[in-house]
Design a protein around this ligand. Sequence first.
Ligand code: LLP
Length: 416
Amino acid sequence: MSDLLSLFPSGSRLDGDGTVVVGGCRADDLAAEFGTPVLVVAEQALRARAREYRDELAARRPGSRVVFASKAFPCTAVQRVMVEEGLGLDVAGGGEILTALKAGVDPGLIVLHGNAKSDEEIALAVEHGIGLVVVDNADDVDRLEATGRPQDVLVRIIPGVTADTHAHVLTGHAGSKFGLAPADAAALIRRIEHSPRLRMRGLHVHVGSQILDVEPFAESVAPIARLGEFEIYDLGGGLGARYTWADKPPSVASYLDALIGAAKQHLPASAQLIIEPGRSMVCTAATTIYRVTTVKRGAITFVAVDGGMGDNLEVALFEQRFEAGIVGRFDGPGLESVTVVGRHCESGDVLVDGVPLSEPAVGDLLAIPATGAYCYTMANNYNGNRRIPVVLANEGVPRLVVRRETWDDLMARDVD
Ligand code: LLP
């Protein structure tokens, strides 16, 4: 079970008494200071991954850019780490633009996405001088032209590639709601090229998320090459992350070998390439610490904790498998197979279906690694849940960067 440690952020270790230490901070100290559940991000692990992406891309394609897909963890502190490491930011909505700007990003390094951007979001983007707006449909072009301002744009193309991942996070297949089929895109590209305000800079493609082999990425390049030569090609994100023992995601290096190899084969040599990693950038840099609320022994042993689908929707959304351990006893004694469930009124509120835990008891702390991607993002108030805090742990120093929601926060919006 000490293998469990390998799923925690790089640099994590077990203290003398077996307590897991993340970002130099003991899990029990973090729980005491910030309460539970708490989402802990190991800052150095996050920085290391950002640098790995940046350096591996630069080594293969100088002049190209990594933009972090903010949607995977859209809080100012995480976006700021990316900016400090020299990355741009991909945003997919108004709030992500605001936290990106607060994080200090050069607006010229922001890429805006969305299949149904509102007038308000388009205005926010254009007024702040956002570098690239990715056009998803003809209505985006109407809205952009209506602002009366100049704007550089990319056009999102459906490459017709079906990757091996959950249907809910597939985006590059024919029939996707995102982007345009190549034949439909051609007319819109011509319209943009004749627009007095819009500047047609290039194309965008994204095949989906949690993809654990490299071929679909490479396959997505040729279909966009047939649409003509452009200055910029944004090849999206989607590389899978390691959630469990069974996952063997490709390394950043092998992913880029395949992707940049295809780009060299099909795209103009002078073109700037952009990639947009989200999940694989942040997933394993974080862990969630819960407290066990109740243990119910019967045909199945249910270990219920003080969080669940209010802070981790990945299981309910697309059956993502996680692992877990009782803090201080990853290696036992008395490992028994249990189902870890949340506190929400839904049978699908399962955090881990079948995992060995050591003598779980009320009051124990339970840690689930690899909760850095989309858990913060998809947090919700189901059953009057207060969304959980985010703590950045850096060389033994914890820093609260998103506070826990309060009852007053919940009541503030209820204006009747
Ligand atoms: N670029 C675009 C245009 C995207 O739509 C996405 C993710 C990314 C980049 C980043 O992909 P990544 O590297 O993170 O796989 N709500 C789901 C995740 C949906 C992903 C959406 N698009 C979840 O909770 O897991």
